[in-house]
Write a protein that binds this ligand. Sequence first.
Ligand SMILES: Cc1ncc(COP(=O)(O)O)c(C=O)c1O
Length: 362
Amino acid sequence: MEPFLYAHQNRGKIIWMSQNTNMLPTTPAIAEAVLAAVQQREYNLYPYKGGVFGLPEALKEDLVAPDYDVLLTNGGIEALYILTRALLERGDEVVASDPSFLPIHHQVSLSNAKTIEMPIYSKPWKMTPDRVNEAITKKTKMILLIDPLNPLGSGYSKDEVRAISEIAMDNDLYLLDDITYRDFADEHHVTSEFYPEKSILVYSFSKNCGLAGMRIGGLLAEPKLMESFLKYNTNVLSVNVLAQRAALAALQTKREWISTVVGTCRRNQATIKEAVERCPGAFLPVYPSYTNMFIIDVGNTGAEPERIQEKLLLEHSIFLRAGNYVSKRFGGRFVRASFSIPEEQCQKFAKAFPQVMAELSG
Ligand SMILES: Cc1ncc(COP(=O)(O)O)c(C=O)c1O
């Protein structure tokens, strides 16, 4: 049975730890804004192409990027599609990592360009400026920085972000800064702080604000660079107006609820860590995670990630993800678990996981 089909057919009873979605309560302001827009039938019109008034401005303020232009997109994923199509050509190379969020690598390949995947499945579990520098060739056109990183949960310090930005600048490269998980980090720095000219920020409302089903995100870049993307703008009629209303309400109130969401994530991480410690051979490469997910290495346990995923889903209604979704090379060693879920659900995971591991470990 296809796991996503099964999970969606049983949506109400599933504990969703598979896609880094955010199931935690945020603010009633989101539903109120959507309902008000429905009542006013705002959906009869195409939205203003720049976005509902206040949304681009709120995004720029949130990211402290006052001089950047904003393009609203159907999730960060569409932003990634537009910018990779616009900037990359046959033969270009993009410095990236493995593990990584592989749909971006797929999009790079749609432009007949290639990701150079630096193996990072060992300490410090992220790219280092030195290794980024070494990976650059004459063909390199772009560096892909996912900060904090899906799936490992590692984050980059200010010095590391600055150093990677300077490498991009010295080599005249585009710097794609995917900041989908930024709000879960204790500290985060956008590359536009250091290299505004060719940094491109990709923003998502799916994880921090819990709006994955709304499909809304954005692309931010310096105005001239943004203009060069517009040839590949696949949404000239703008994005769903209800999603925009939800996103605006979420951003306007974020200060009121984000620390509660992050606090719950931190407690859930600790709960999972304690459960993993009860499984001989399993360990957490990155702890604490700066995102709402991390990976559990099961490579020395004899339990296969796909079997763990299946058993947890079918027997315990807990849905996490086998590693091959985020790494072809290392995916056989780990499962990825996201923990922006209610604490009582996380407790259920903590009970079920050691049980499943005991059953599957050889
Ligand atoms: C690193 C990264 N970038 C982008 C996305 C896409 O997010 P969205 O839901 O905004 O399309 C994801 C989704 O998991 C992600 O992990």
